[in-house]
Design a protein around this ligand. Structure first.
Ligand code: SF4
Length: 277
């Protein structure tokens, strides 16, 4: 039985999937039309060209159909299928702008498409069943989670937080300490990119609004980023908060508590002492 929150996630996924299937259908119709027009028009130029045009459009049709079926199956089955490693990149770099465009034509707000895209991205990340050492997981937070009246400079060093409990930073720091993960606060894309370069995480759990999460996913690809939307009871960018239980659930999903020497080589790159705290 799905929990209410899971039902919402499924509904969110449906928006992006629906737009995706619509876009693919339009593309398939276009490819078929182009193939047909080509066979008629190209005959005047050279007798072999119609056959070449038909072959190209048939291959295009098959490739597009294959990508669509793989993508939908990966999301529905919630596990990685053969040849799907680069699907997330395709979704982020190619499909998202198309979905936003089609969404606009259909009157679907950009934030709604972005929310749906974030859920699809999360599903594709989860389908890889990644497990990393706790210190290779970075929890990346937006500055707006900090209490607006707090004078502590937590963007330079989150440990500057006095742990007064007035905002959710206190709870998130306790969470990171409990599980031994990295945690940082970024004021924008430039600082976020610098933090990612310095910490060299293998998985990121990013908290932000729809717009920042979407651009962050784009900037950090191919790093696996699991996105969690912040809550904005006072409007955007002001004293926002986040569901800490959801962040904790994500942390538990991705971390591997085995000793470092029992981890596969790919998880040992960069020991804690090599990286900034
Ligand atoms: S918990 Fe307190 S000290 Fe820490 S960032 Fe929030 S308001 Fe500032």
């Amino acid at each position: 039985m799905l929990q209410p929150s899971e039902r919402i996630l499924t509904a969110r996924k449906r928006i992006f999937l629906g737009l995706l299937i619509l876009a693919f259908t339009i593309l398939l119709v276009l490819v078929t039309l182009l193939g047909w027009v080509g066979t008629v028009g190209l005959r005047q130029i050279h007798p072999l060209l119609p056959a070449i045009g038909l072959t190209v459009s048939t291959v295009g049709f098959a490739v597009l159909s294959g990508i669509m079926v793989l993508l939908v199956l990966t999301i529905m089955l919630e596990r990685e299928l053969p040849f799907t490693r680069n699907l997330r990149g395709l979704v982020i770099k190619v499909f998202l702008p198309v979905m936003v465009f089609i969404g606009r034509l259909l009157g679907i707000p950009r934030d709604t498409v972005n929310r749906s895209f974030i859920e699809i991205n999360n599903q594709l990340v989860l389908s890889r069943h990644l497990k990393v050492a706790p210190d290779r997981l970075l929890i990346l937070l937006p500055h707006c989670l900090q209490d607006a009246d707090c004078q502590r400079k937590i963007t330079t060093r989150i440990s500057n937080c006095a742990r007064c409990g007035r905002c959710v930073i206190d709870e998130l720091l306790a969470l990171a300490e409990r599980y031994g993960t990295r945690i940082a606060v970024a004021t924008g894309g430039t600082l976020a990119r610098k933090i990612v370069r310095d910490y060299r995480p293998r998985v990121i759990i990013a908290v932000a609004c729809e717009r920042d999460l979407t651009s962050g996913l784009h900037d950090t690809y191919p790093l696996p980023v699991y996105g969690i939307l912040n809550r904005r009871p006072h409007g955007p960018c002001w004293n926002t908060t986040v569901d800490v239980a959801r962040v904790e659930h994500a942390v538990k999903t991705f971390i591997d508590h085995r000793p470092a020497d029992a981890l596969p080589d790919t998880r040992k790159i960069g020991q804690p002492q090599d990286e900034p705290r």
